[in-house]
Design a protein around this ligand. Structure first.
Ligand code: GLU
Length: 554
């Protein structure tokens, strides 16, 4: 009996690996093309760190005319959550991170290197496990949970490294005959990798992001095929990344310390290892302490938070690029109108330690991003968001004509107004422009310099009767406010007012403020001429009447 017989006994039906090596040919891509992937496990809601990894992976593939694929790593079926896969894929789509290949829904996939769901690749892993057994590089382990527990206990008591290695790896020393006999007797087993490593030797690794790192060699005989016949993550991803032609493994740095094991597995299987790029996690400043963004403590750690809050996916993407490369900020300054796809990301310029997540900055990016949208785009995005999350806003936006005009104020010009950071702010931002909201509610009127009821009412009446004309252009409109100021005995020009202190009680600007406050109940609004154009005569009149009859002016 030899290793080959043992392998046949364990996996009688498994194919030769040459079958798979031929089925999945090398990719024919141009030199330097990066083939990379996002490989989530569907074990919980998607974390912003996962989105960050996917964004970086896709960008690197795009930049090099490579391939970005999504592989679902669902071999730990006990931890899998309902709808885990579809939620991840929906989030990726929402953020424009659809893969070139791989899973596109819970049940559909595209691409020639599939299946892209690990639970459907069982035979493939078994073929490669068989291949290792044939060479004496993997073996069946018959240790029971109790035995493993007692090994761990002994190791703890002796204060030595835990694990299944060296003298503790009892099953690696059985002869092929002994193993075969146990199997024939029906003993339960799993398959372990027979590590050739030594803990007292070091391996050097050059990580694309972390740079040179040194670790002790792996000497653990890790499990590669579990009792349910499925592989462990470590083994599965080696086989997959080999067959799928991955050139770069871009993943979270919690995996950095597994590199010695992974390189060893690649080597023992006779595969060329890909490059590794380990991304530092996104951190949060928690009262002066820097810690990882946590799904339990921080709502903003979950990707669906951004959608619920109405933070534009474009803003999130742009902000994540900001975190990824510090050069992004300068690039953006110099290229304000370029699309982020034109920014060239460099993996080796990514921070070795985690970047701090800053919501204020993200919302600021959001303002800039949204300021560049057309009125129609703002309308559509806000409306789509409202349909899901804000019935009242949805109702307001059903008046499409008015809404488009409102969103058009100070927009689609060289210096657009930056007043919306996220869709959940829209209602508060534009509510006052809708008569049904403004007129029906009691309003506060924060008048400033000119604040006597009598003066205010006179300004409002005179303006409506004598000066307001819907057809006026902006200059004429403004001149008329000057004439009104003059008629009321205020300075027509601010300059005049400043030159003659004491002569005037107020100036044209103060008259404008009265009109503004009466119209909107705000002291600070977008351009008043545009507001009046949007509201129209009827609404302006009603608003002035309301202001005149209101008692609670400040
Ligand atoms: N399934 C692993 C995870 O979710 C993927 C790690 C990798 O990208 O290799 O962390």
């Amino acid at each position: 009996m030899d290793y080959k017989d043992l392998a046949n006994l364990i996996f009688p039906k498994a194919k030769e690996i040459s079958y798979y090596e031929e089925k999945y040919p090398r990719r024919d891509l141009k030199e330097g093309a990066i083939v990379t992937r996002y490989a989530p496990s569907p074990t919980g809601v998607m974390h912003i760190g996962g989105l960050y990894q996917a964004l970086i992976a896709k960008k690197m593939a795009r930049q090099t005319e490579g391939v970005f694929f999504v592989r679902i790593e669902d071999t730990d079926q006990k931890r899998e959550i309902k709808n885990g896969t579809s939620e991840i894929l929906t989030s990726l789509k929402h953020f424009g991170l659809e893969p070139d290949e791989g899973m596109i829904s819970d049940i559909e996939e595209k691409g020639k290197y599939g299946p892209y769901k690990q639970s459907q690749r069982k035979e493939i892993y078994q073929a490669y496990a068989k291949y290792l057994i044939e060479q004496g590089k993997a073996y069946p382990c018959f240790c029971t949970t109790e035995e493993l527990g007692s090994i761990r206990k002994k190791q703890e008591e002796a204060k030595i490294r835990p694990g299944y290695y060296g003298i503790w790896a009892k099953c690696r020393n059985y002869t092929v005959e002994q193993m075969a006999e146990k199997i024939k007797n029906g003993e339960q087993y799993i398959i372990r990798f027979k590590s050739p490593g030594r803990e007292d030797k070091k391996i050097k690794h050059k990580d694309v992001i972390k740079g040179n790192v040194e670790f002790p060699e792996n000497d653990q005989d890790i499990v590669i095929i579990k009792a349910d016949g499925l592989p462990t993550y470590h083994f599965a991803h080696i086989v997959d990344d080999h067959l799928m032609g991955t050139t770069h493994v871009i993943r979270g740095d919690e995996w950095l310390s597994s590199v010695p094991l992974h390189l060893q597995l690649f080597y023992e299987l006779g595969f060329k290892a890909p490059k590794y790029a380990h991304i530092a996690p996104i951190m949060k400043n928690d009262n002066g302490n820097k810690r990882k963004l946590s799904k339990r403590k921080d709502p903003e750690a979950a990707v669906n938070y951004y959608e619920k809050e109405g933070i534009s996916e474009k803003a999130v993407e742009e902000y994540l690029l900001n975190i990824a490369n510090s050069t992004f900020e300068n690039w953006r300054r110099a290229n304000a109108d370029r699309d982020i796809t034109e920014f060239e990301l460099h993996l080796n310029k990514m921070g070795v330690s985690g970047a701090l997540f800053d919501m204020v900055k993200l919302l600021d990016v959001g303002k800039t991003v949204i300021s560049k949208f057309t009125a129609k785009e703002v309308y559509e995005e806000a409306f789509n968001w409202a349909k899901k999350y804000d019935k009242e806003l949805e109702k307001m936006l059903q008046n499409k004509e008015l809404s488009l005009k409102i969103f058009g104020i100070e927009r689609e010009n060289k210096k657009p107004r930056k007043d919306i950071a996220k869709w959940s702010e829209v209602k508060e931002n534009i509510e006052y422009m809708y008569d049904e909201h403004f007129l029906e509610k009691e309003q506060e009127y924060p008048y400033q310099v000119i604040n006597k009821k009598e003066d205010i009412n006179k300004i409002l009446s005179l303006y409506m009767e004598k000066y307001y004309d819907e057809k006026d252009d902006k200059q004429t409109w403004f001149n008329k406010i000057k004439y009104l100021a003059e008629e009321m005995g205020y300075a027509k020009e601010v300059k005049e007012f400043k030159e003659n202190p004491g002569k005037y009680k107020a100036h044209v600007g103060d008259v404008s403020t009265v009109l503004r406050v009466a119209l909107t109940s705000k002291t600070n609004t977008p351009d008043m001429y545009e507001i009046m154009q949007v509201l129209g005569k009827d609404s302006i009149k009603k608003r002035f009447e309301k202001a005149k009859s209101e008692r609670n002016h400040i």
